[in-house]
Design a protein around this ligand. Structure first.
Ligand code: APR
Length: 243
């Protein structure tokens, strides 16, 4: 693995345009359960019961209860060294973009600005009629309503069966096509279109580096795949790269 880290350092030292894709694994060391790992969020709940438009139409109170629980969970956590290194990257390359699948907002709390939240954000909701998007934390009302039209609010999250904002996808694809280094950190690479982005970068000639304790369906396509925890590997790479 040391060789892999050395190779990743050498690649990053000559990088000009960098893309980073993160998944739930980058927040694992902040004690936020991942979706599919041991004790993962989906282990306790079936996705179909909670994170779909049909589930929300069937039982909006249950879905809001789950998102309220997740908001409380996240507010008790804090960014870890992986989030902190990724934030530092923003000003170290000619061009940089973080594309995160995470909705926990920890990249934002770590200070990341050049970022796309592909799957939305736990602390934003939108009107189910007027589609206005607002910052929102669930309070005492189990069925929050839009202040301007009285319609039900929903979490501003991309649910199963829904697709991310086409503009965000386009920006993510464009940056993946032009980057010379693409870092894939803490994702099982099971969900599209996110999982396809590193393959687009690879096809366009970028070097692709994966950081994950386990291998994934795209591991064999990586130039470097490091078996390890993001909160440990990223600071080590960052220090050795001497940024
Ligand atoms: N450091 C890096 N990676 C880690 C760590 C860690 N400390 N701990 C776990 N991982 C890895 C796991 O090995 C796994 O490959 O993080 C990955 C988490 O995978 P998932 O739980 O599937 O999460 P993610 O890939 O983000 O899921 C994608 O699926 O449920 C939907 O919309 C949801 O955004 C989510 C999407």
């Amino acid at each position: 693995m040391v060789d892999e880290i050395t190779r990743a350092v050498e690649i990053l030292k000559t990088a000009k345009t960098v893309a980073v894709l993160t998944g739930a694994g980058v927040s694992a060391e902040s004690n936020i359960p991942t979706f599919r790992g041991e004790g993962g969020l989906w282990k306790k709940y079936r996705a179909e019961e909670l994170a779909t438009p049909e589930a929300f139409n069937r039982n909006p109170e249950l879905v809001w209860e789950w998102y309220g629980y997740r908001q409380k969970l996240v507010l008790g956590c804090r960014p870890n060294p992986a989030h902190e290194v990724i934030e530092k990257m923003e000003d170290c390359f000619d061009d940089f973009l973080l594309i995160t699948q995470n909705v926990d907002g920890l990249h934002r709390r770590a200070g990341s600005k050049k970022m796309l939240e592909l799957h939305g954000n736990l602390f934003k909701s939108r009107c189910t009629v007027g589609r206005t998007i607002l910052d929102f934390t669930l309070g005492d009302d189990p069925l929050p309503k839009c202040e301007s039209c009285g319609a039900l609010l929903r979490p501003h999250i991309v649910w199963f069966g829904e697709s991310p904002d086409p503009m965000k996808i386009q920006l993510a694809v464009e940056h993946s096509e032009k980057c010379d280094v693409f870092l894939v950190i803490g994702t099982s690479a099971m969900v599209q279109p996110a999982a396809y982005l590193p393959l687009i970068a690879k096809k366009m000639g970028a070097k692709v580096i994966e950081i994950n304790p386990k291998s994934t369906p795209i591991t064999n396509d990586m130039d470097v795949s490091i078996r390890g925890k993001a909160g440990e590997i990223l600071p080590e790479i960052w220090t050795k790269a001497g940024f």
